[in-house]
Design a protein around this ligand. Structure first.
Ligand SMILES: [Zn+2]
Length: 206
């Protein structure tokens, strides 16, 4: 059987080794070349070469081992609840609700209460506490492709040729301001697993 395998490998010019290494042959068709480039990037993927912020990678390698307690952060707790409750609402709705709450509390208690933080602060605190950071990537406005991997340096879509960046902004700034026409969010799985693992209940349910 081994001899037969060797003959097949010789035929494909890949030398000895398991037959799945046939993929080492360099593709000549354009689409296969791109697939091969993606495979190569996945093979060589490492946290050091990742686009996660340094502090997120540090947290991933050395995650917090204590449960974050919101009991000492009543304003933040309420703001996170409001943030979750207004998930489908606009930023304006959150901020107006927050202002109404802060005004009412101030009238009743003066300075003796913890004001609700802004939406920006809430999001930043959630990132800090959970270690879960969103990764933003550019994409074609027509959803044909994402500008990642071998496409990360391209300026237009390989399928529909739509420009990656807003052409008006690009033109009026003399080609300096590159504002993506559309972006998408990725939430990496590593920090999510660490966040779940951080509480006894989460760890038990994994
Ligand atoms: Zn496109």
């Amino acid at each position: 059987m081994q001899e037969d395998l060797g003959e097949v490998q010789q035929e494909f010019g890949v030398g000895s080794g398991p037959i799945y290494e046939v993929a080492e042959v360099q593709a000549t068709l354009e689409e296969l070349k791109i697939v091969q480039q993606f495979i190569e990037r996945i093979r060589n993927a490492s946290l050091d070469a990742d686009c996660l912020p340094t502090d997120v990678i540090e947290k991933l390698r050395d995650p917090p081992t204590t449960v974050f307690n919101l009991d000492d952060h009543e304003g933040l707790r309420t703001a996170i609840k409001l943030f979750i409750a207004s998930e489908t609402a606009s930023e304006e709705v959150f901020n107006k609700s927050r202002n109404i709450f802060n005004d009412a509390m101030e009238r009743q208690l003066g300075d003796n209460f913890e004001a609700l933080p802004s939406l920006y602060v809430v999001k930043e605190r959630i990132k800090e506490i959970t270690g879960v950071y969103p990764l933003m990537h550019d994409m074609c406005p027509n959803t044909c492709m994402a500008y990642t991997g071998p496409f990360s340096e391209l300026d237009s879509c390989t399928k529909c040729s739509t420009p990656r960046y807003n052409p008006e902004v690009l033109a009026t700034s003399g080609g300096i301001r590159k504002v993506p026409q559309r972006r998408f969010v990725t939430l990496p799985i590593g920090p999510q697993l660490q966040a779940i693992w951080r509480t006894p209940e989460g760890a038990r349910n994994m």
